[in-house]
Design a protein around this ligand. Sequence first.
Ligand SMILES: *Cc1c(COP(=O)(O)O)cnc(C)c1O
Length: 438
Amino acid sequence: MSADAASTRWFERARAVSPGGVNSPVRAFRSVGGVPRVMESARGAWLRDVDGTDYLDLVGSWGPMLLGHAHPAVIEAVQRVAARGTSFGTPSTPEVELAEEIVGRTPVDLLRLVSSGTEATMSALRLARGVTGRDRVVKFAGCYHGHVDPLLAEAGSGVVTLGIPGTPGVPAHVTADTIVLPYNDRAAVEAAFAELGDEIAAVITEAAPGNMGVVAPDDGFNAFLSRTCREHGALFISDEVMTGFRVTRSGHWGLDGALEGWAPDLLTFGKVMGGGFPAAAFGGRADVMEQLAPSGPVYQAGTLSGNPVATTAGLVTLQHADDAAYARIDEWAAQARALVTEALSAAGVVHAVSHVGSMFSVFWGLETPPRDFAAAQQQQTWRYGPFFHAMLDAGVYLPPSAFEAWFVSAAHDEDALSRMAAALPAAAEAAAAAAAPA
Ligand SMILES: *Cc1c(COP(=O)(O)O)cnc(C)c1O
């Protein structure tokens, strides 16, 4: 019996009842090939699949698991709260405490809780359009903001991995007001505003992109966007669904915004702030957020928004995410990056490791980290499948796409680093031996 016999059986059952056998496309291993591992449990930095194999996890549920899996304090709090009822459809105390925690850490005056990052960006965009009375929105190629119809134009990893440009099902008129510009390109932003400045409701960007692989914003790029928006009466929406509470205690915004004295008008959060449960949020300037129903006319709602179990998991996660935890995560990520570079260099694989805080990714065949999506797409993605599978065989679970960030948790320790170090040399050789598609 092969080592993935149970995973294979479960995945066959999954395929019989779900499109592609998954509930989110990248999980299907389409870009790396092979059968997805079906997981049965997780603890700390480790995943265990239904065949009983343990993997060092560098996906972290795509970002949320900042403290590692099944953190004892999170599990204890969730069990205690769940026993008192799981959803009231009324105001409740955990949602207030989570909002207070986020308002205390970020430039947000008022916050609205939702259940997914997609809902957060969709709602922030609606609010920006409602407040400004304008329809157009600027986004950047390679940035992903969830599967929000008007933002599904050149939307990064998930869509790229499938090789489809945008997606069927989004009518052309729905993206007609979406202006897609190259990331880090100030001249393109200036040109768009020179031509259409009084029609642009908002610029939305990932605070630091992680959905085309990790691409760092040029110094001052976010401040430039904020300033440009202000000059033209548009709102600056910083999407921190991935970076919020992961890159720093407050998100990527906190790296320079607080020092330089600028702030986004609206921010979106998700992933880490839900502590592994479906919780997300958008928030920002009081005068803008007050335009949201029931204070104002812009409608937005959610049956499970502010769910007591989810917000408890998020609150306890943020309470444990102190400076020491971030320092530990940053240090582990730095050591992991060094190991990757060492192994790939020894095998003669040209590559660039790009990082923003502890988030990092490898670009295959590039000499320097890319500054935009066009450059990111120049990478030799065909080296990644063999590398990924060699790592998987050696017990390291990486994101099953070359365009995704690798995520580290506070539970990644010396054992985790040893597993990584042991797996890398053979995987680097596999990447070196990979053949370019004909
Ligand atoms: C993951 C992500 C989203 C979407 O969040 P979901 O919870 O998957 O809907 C939006 N924006 C960014 C930057 C993300 O990384």
